[in-house]
Design a binder for this molecule. Structure first.
Ligand code: PGA
Length: 248
C-alpha cells in the first residue's frame, strides 16, 4: 500500500495566488494538502491528484451560533476529505484539551471526513517519564468518545493517527530535531497496544510528524510500520516535496 504525505501548510502562504501556485507545484497522488481555510476552495479547484484536507473543524454543526468556527459539513461541501485534529499547536496556543480534541475527532468521523488525529508528548513530559501516560490519555479520550458516540452503519472507518512529538516540530524551538525512527517504531507499537486494549475495529494507519524533510524522510518511510508522514515546513518547498514524494 502506498504511503501518505499530509502537507500541513499551517498559516501559510499569505495570499490566494501563492496558495494556488504552491498547490499546482505539489499536486501529487498520495498527498493530502491542508491549506488555511480561506484557500481551501481555490486549492481544491486546481489540484487533480492530491486530496484536500483541513487543519481543524468544530464539533457542532452543520450550522449554528459558533463565531469563528467551521463545521465538518461546511468543509465537506467544498470538497474537503481529510481533517487534522488535535495538532499540538492548537493544544498549546488555543488550549485544546483531550476532551475537545475527542469531540472534534468524533465529529469528523460521523460526518465522513477522514481524521488525522495528532498525539505527542512535550519535551518536559518526555524528560519526566510521562510520555506513555500522556499518549495513552490522548488516545483513550478520543477513541472512547467514538465508542460512546459511534457513527451509524457499522462502517470500517479509516483513521490516521499521527505521532508528533511536540519537541520535534520544526518551530517548537525546544529541541527541534526529528525523533529517532527506532523510537518512533517503539511509540507506534505502544499506541497500537493501547488501541488493542480498547478493542476497536477501525482501519487505523500510523504516521510520523515532526521535522520531516528531504534528508530524513526516507529514514522514517522505509519502515513498514510508519505508513506516512505529516510534514509542515518542508511542505511549503516544492523542490523538497517532489523528492520526498518519490520515496513513498
Ligand atoms: P514540521 O511540522 O514538519 O515543520 O516539523 C510538522 C507539524 O507541525 O505537523
Amino acid at each position: 500500500m502506498a504511503k501518505i504525505i499530509i502537507a500541513n501548510w499551517k498559516m501559510n502562504p499569505v495570499s490566494i495566488e501563492e496558495a494556488v501556485e504552491l498547490a499546482q507545484a505539489t499536486d501529487y497522488e498520495n498527498l493530502v494538502m491542508c491549506p488555511p481555510f480561506p484557500f481551501l476552495k481555490a486549492v481544491g479547484s486546481v489540484i487533480s491528484k492530491a486530496k484536500l484536507g483541513a487543519q481543524d473543524l468544530f464539533w457542532e454543526g452543520p450550522v449554528g451560533p459558533f463565531t469563528g468556527e467551521v463545521s465538518a459539513t461546511e468543509l465537506k461541501k467544498i470538497g474537503v476529505q481529510y481533517v487534522i485534529i488535535g495538532h499540538s499547536e492548537r493544544r498549546k496556543n488555543l488550549g485544546e484539551t483531550d476532551e475537545m480534541v475527542g469531540k472534534k475527532f468524533v465529529a469528523a468521523v460521523k460526518n465522513g471526513l477522514i481524521p488525522i488525529l495528532c498525539v505527542g508528548e512535550t519535551w518536559e513530559e518526555k524528560q519526566s517519564g510521562e510520555k506513555e501516560k500522556v499518549l495513552k490519555e490522548q488516545i483513550k479520550t478520543a477513541f472512547q468518545k467514538l465508542k460512546i458516540d459511534p457513527p451509524v452503519g457499522g462502517l470500517k472507518l479509516k483513521i490516521y493517527v499521527a505521532y508528533e512529538p511536540v519537541w520535534a516540530i520544526s518551530t517548537s524551538g525546544v529541541n527541534s530535531h526529528p525523533d529517532r525512527p527506532e523510537d518512533t517504531l517503539e511509540t507506534i507499537a505502544f499506541i497500537k497496544k493501547v488501541l488493542s486494549e480498547l478493542n476497536y475495529n477501525f482501519d487505523i494507519k500510523f504516521i510520523y510528524g515532526g521535522s520531516v524533510n528531504l534528508q530524513n524522510a526516507g529514514d522514517f518511510l522505509q519502515h513498514e510500520e510508519i505508513e506516512g508522514a505529516l510534514i509542515g515546513g518542508a511542505s511549503l518547498k516544492p523542490e523538497e516535496m517532489e523528492k520526498i514524494i518519490t520515496q513513498i
